[in-house]
Design a protein around this ligand. Structure first.
Ligand SMILES: NC(=O)c1ccc[n+]([C@@H]2O[C@H](COP(=O)([O-])OP(=O)(O)OC[C@H]3O[C@@H](n4cnc5c(N)ncnc54)[C@H](OP(=O)(O)O)[C@@H]3O)[C@@H](O)[C@H]2O)c1
Length: 295
């Protein structure tokens, strides 16, 4: 990456996506600080100011987030603090320090009523508290935007270093427990390592603005689970359910979009690079878990 970014601050430095950046930057020459909330609490403007003063970053990769989608229904204020106002704090400080801000958002800012791959400019309408908080962050970033910024919407993210859907499915299957999985929500699983690579490509090529970055293709949670069991050579009783029946079973769960496939064509046309397919990515996830050095 360009020398312009000689001091990089990764917020949420112990999270799953941050872990993928850590793996990517390992052994390299870049000056990267992975900051957890004890060093940079995005909800606390003074903490963010101190971190900027101490680190003098030229590029911020904001991997911090409140990511408990269901719990957010009861904790809207906490989700807004981190995913909304926290992003506003980072944007303001980036403007003061003339630093670039790279922020990650979600397919859950869409309501899922369109049934074709979604463009960055498509109408927004989050169904749940988490999506609302992420949309607030997008708005506050743009209102306080530094000269260079990226909002990268991704979806169904998984990778080493964090609790994630595939890891949960593998654990349940290993215990021989049955799995009942929603089959009427369509989206695209995204491997953190591929998101990291695509992010660095956009930064390197001077991109600005809102982009959609997922693996390519689409699936349902049910078919994704079937692929996970196949990839990890696991057998267990796997059955389908619907969003409506799931909501009856788990009344406190958040509504999620029925269709939130994000269109990655603009990224592919801009970079002249393909986004790897989600099934191939799942295979590389297994490899990463088994032999991290192999990637
Ligand atoms: N996971 C997904 O399926 C998914 C899908 C679409 C988009 N995304 C987006 O992708 C990005 C990365 O997600 P992820 O899966 O890597 O999340 P993650 O594993 O939950 O990591 C988030 C990190 O943020 C930290 N954090 C929480 N509140 C903070 C605060 N006030 N100040 C500083 N750090 C704070 C957390 O620390 P603590 O452990 O101390 O709370 C955690 O280490 C997020 O923007 C998320 O919204 C994720």
């Amino acid at each position: 990456m360009s020398n312009v970014f000689d001091r990089i601050l990764v917020t949420g430095g112990k999270g799953m996506l941050a872990c993928a950046f850590k793996q990517r930057f390992a052994g390299g020459q870049l000056n990267v600080k992975f900051a957890d909330r004890t060093i940079c609490d995005v909800c606390d403007e003074d903490s963010v100011k101190r971190a900027f003063h101490d680190i003098q970053p030229t590029l911020i990769l904001n991997c911090s987030a409140y990511t408990k989608v269901d719990l957010a229904e009861k904790e809207q204020a906490a989700a807004d603090q981190c995913n909304g106002y926290g992003v506003g704090h980072l944007a303001s400080l980036c403007r003061d320090y003339n630093a670039m801000l790279v922020h990650f958002s979600t397919d859950y800012v869409f309501d899922g009523t369109l049934s074709r791959p979604l463009q960055p400019g498509d109408p927004l309408g989050p169904l749940g508290a988490y999506g609302k908080s992420k949309l607030l962050g997008e708005k506050l970033l743009q209102e306080n935007a530094p000269a260079r910024w990226l909002i990268l919407r991704t979806a169904w993210l998984y990778g080493p270093g964090g609790p994630c859907f595939p890891a949960t499915m593998v654990n349940v299957a290993k215990q021989g427990k049955p799995l009942k999985v929603i089959d009427d929500q369509h989206g695209t699983p995204t491997f953190t390592y591929d998101l990291v690579e695509a992010t660095l490509n956009l930064i390197h090529l001077g991109a600005n603005g809102i982009w959609h970055l997922t693996n390519s293709g689409e699936t349902t949670w049910y078919d994704f689970t079937a692929a996970i069991l196949e990839e990890f050579d696991l057998k267990t009783d796997l059955s389908r359910t619907t969003s409506a029946d799931w909501k009856k079973l788990k009344p406190d769960s958040a509504h999620r979009p029925a269709y939130s496939v994000l269109d990655v064509t603009p990224y592919e046309q801009f970079t002249h690079l393909p986004m790897p397919g989600w099934r191939d990515a799942l295979h590389r996830y297994r490899t990463a878990l088994e032999q991290p050095a192999a990637l």
